[in-house]
Design a protein around this ligand. Sequence first.
Ligand code: ADP
Length: 545
Amino acid sequence: MMPFDSGLGRNTANYAALTPVSFLAWAAEVYPERASGVHGDRRFTWRETYQRCRRLASALRGLGVTRNTTVALMLANTPEMYEAHFGIPMAGGVINTLNTRLDADALAFMLRHGEARVLITDRSFSALMAAAVERSGVPLIVVDVDDPEYDGPGERIGSFEYEALLASGDPTFAWTAPPDEWDAIALSYTSGTTGDPKGVVTHHRGAYLAALGNILAWDMNSFPVYLWSVPMFHCNGWCHAWAVAARAGTNVFLRKVDAAAMLDLIARHRVTHFGGAPIVQSLILNAPEECFAGIDHTVRCFTGGAAPPSAVIEAMERRGFLLSHIYGLTETYGPAAICAKQPEWDELSKAERARLNGRQGVRYSVEEGLTVMDPQTMTTVPADGETIGEVMFRGNITMKGYLKNPAATEAAFAGGWFHTGDLAVLHPDGYIKIKDRSKDIIISGGENISSLEVEDTIHRHGKVMACAVVAQPDAKWGETPVAFIELKDGAEATAEEIIAHCREYMAHFKAPRRVVFGPVPRTSTGKIQKFVLRERVRSSAAIDV
Ligand code: ADP
């Protein structure tokens, strides 16, 4: 036996299972009196948040939650949602955040498939959740959250009320780290841009590393003031819930994304960090000028979840926000790649910087691999900025797998890499640029058209608020691009004008053949549901040009 293999084992002095829950214990120990959160008139310190989470954990134990028990959450971005991100794993349970925009059938499926035992639900979702619980046929213990910031309709539907439940819990509850850091911490169903919900299971170790990875990628200073515009139900708020605790920051809670409300909170609480899909940035950029009054400090913003149009990146820079472009999936704990800015880029023109920043970039320092491969041969594509392949990740912030779905898990990990389903090119500097999701690419007359490229061009037309380009079956060309466009408030444009604009900036075959004006369907995280649009174009009777 080699000397390094003997007498040097693990013990409690030199090893602890990694869990992001420990960040909360640390924040409460080191900064007990600092503000952990603000929600309307409610204020919390890190001491209070830790106590509330321990009360929650002990109360959940009382309700039968133990190792691997699924606890479902149907909550807005409120303090209770934040507390659940610590209290549930402290009790050994698995956090199952539910997407607040889904319908009762989809939610019933998730409650059943995820084998939830407890459901914590905000009163505003009562009617929907009552139907979902009934349809699920699952005997759930339901806990109501009655947020004082919410005064709309909705009856309580549970046998417990959150604050009363907390009051019954033990504020000194002696939680322990999971027996194994590979234990599940969260179950998240993919949000449905592809119409195929799968239960992504992540673990304590990955969540710990992903939180730190965000801090490193974002150069997140101590005591950040973090505005909750990314829904916490989406990949646990991109793992930012745990990152804020690790930096003893202040959470500024937000029930609903609204540009004026966000800008008001940014000014009032001197918010330093927030994130959101590109549509969130577009909303902010279109807010009336007076909403920006009082913002005279540095605000850092993470954008991702969908490709940000370069026009949006440029405009955010002009507004003075420090924008970082990130990329990832629920399967990679949210962001696992960032378009890392090279200092030399500062010398370049705004447009050139926006072009470079529009790329999805390079791996987080806590992820081991990110590349673009031919998925059949599993060889890396040439770094020529032209050859399209599939984006692949590997490393410690990649999920455990899909719950009760070995076939999908095996396919996702084929060849020792995680297959994202995103199509991209590799640039000579090693940065990736996504061209499309595999299902979204348009093939017209045998030529590939990147729907993202067409959308980016359309976005450069000043009257466009949001757009999506999908394939329309065509007898002659196989497929042609059709554009769905949402105009800015009060703006007017014609299809001819949009098509002429595209033909001016792109090869003519890439210009949309048809343009449909009107609202585009989105997921609750702001992503456009292209499968809905594809269904719409399939019955071309539904299209009015
Ligand atoms: P869903 O698959 O249900 O939409 P996710 O939220 O996990 O769920 O979405 C991940 C997908 O979002 C990625 O596979 C990619 O297609 C898209 N995406 C995320 N970030 C970016 C980005 N920066 N640029 C382009 N696409 C992105």
